[in-house]
Design a protein around this ligand. Structure first.
Ligand SMILES: Cc1cc2nc3c(=O)[nH]c(=O)nc-3n(C[C@H](O)[C@H](O)[C@H](O)COP(=O)(O)O)c2cc1C
Length: 258
């Protein structure tokens, strides 16, 4: 089948999932349409069997972040081939890729390939620091080439059997991490964090507050704050980071199934 249209739906609070998904989309089909669903609610959209759709999200607690799953579920296929990408911070991706594949199938897509790629850990920055690196991006291009060959060989997405993606059902339970960024006295209430929060956890009328019950600890507010006023408790972070970094120091490599 010849793919002439590709749309990539990306959820990427601190931008590393996008650092993998954008070059992947470009390698699959130059000029691919990129839709950033990190903050925006997805418009309901439908795709036909001759288009290709890419879904990319980070791994949170071995799962797909709840807002990403909610937004992806509004995108519908009709036997449309899909590629699924999970990006994780060198611990494990557990059931995240399986969850993405299941979600795609439930919404009318035929998974043609699924890959797990590496990026710097968005909470514990010493883990997988600097990734995706040149070798990771080379792996992205290899995956793109193999996926393109698979699609070109097939007469239609109906030929694609189930992918042998790692993971278990029921999926791993994940109820969040206790590290919720707060604003300190530097906060000028500019509202950039509130506009950018994927979970609606920062009130627009008082951006110095955080609704901890909504916060998904994605660290986007820490990244976008123009005055460096948002951060997690430094003591809690360093106490948690040391053993975590030690346990997850061995470099993991990208892997995929096609
Ligand atoms: C709340 C939270 C949970 C995470 N859970 C995992 C995990 O289970 N396994 C892992 O390897 N990395 C985990 N990470 C790291 C992210 O998957 C990784 O840094 C990813 O590249 C972030 O993507 P982004 O830059 O697009 O936001 C977690 C990060 C956050 C914020």
């Amino acid at each position: 089948m010849e793919i002439t249209k590709l749309t990539a739906f990306i959820f990427s609070p601190t931008g590393t999932t996008a650092m993998v998904a954008k070059p992947l989309a470009e390698a699959l089909l130059p000029g691919a349409r990129i839709v950033d669903l990190t903050c925006a609610d997805a418009e309901e959209e439908r795709f036909g069997p001759d288009e290709l759709v890419l879904f990319a999200a980070p791994v949170y607690g071995g799962r797909i972040p709840a807002p990403a799953a909610k937004r992806f579920a509004r995108i519908k296929g009709e036997g449309t081939p899909a590629l699924l990408v999970a990006v994780y911070g060198n611990r494990d991706y557990d059931d995240a890729l399986l969850e993405l594949c299941d979600l795609a199938e439930e919404n009318g897509f035929r998974p043609a390939g699924a890959g797990a790629f590496l990026a710097e850990h968005s909470i514990f920055h010493s883990v997988a620091r600097g990734r995706p690196d040149a070798a990771d991006l080379e792996a992205v291009r290899t995956f793109a080439g193999l996926a393109r060959e698979k699609l070109a060989r097939a007469a239609g997405a109906g030929e694609f059997g189930p992918l042998a993606v790692k993971g278990n059902r029921p999926y791993r339970e994940f109820s969040g991490v206790p590290l919720k960024p707060q604003a300190d006295r530097k906060c000028v209430k500019c509202g950039v964090c509130a506009e950018n929060c994927p979970a609606g956890a920062i009130p627009a009328d008082d951006p110095s507050k955080t609704d901890n019950s909504r916060c998904i600890s994605c660290m986007r507010c820490v990244k976008v704050c123009p005055v460096g006023a948002r951060r997690v408790n430094g003591l809690m972070l360093s106490v948690a980071e040391k053993p975590f970094a030690k346990k997850n120091s061995l470099r993991r490599e990208p892997e995929w199934v096609l």
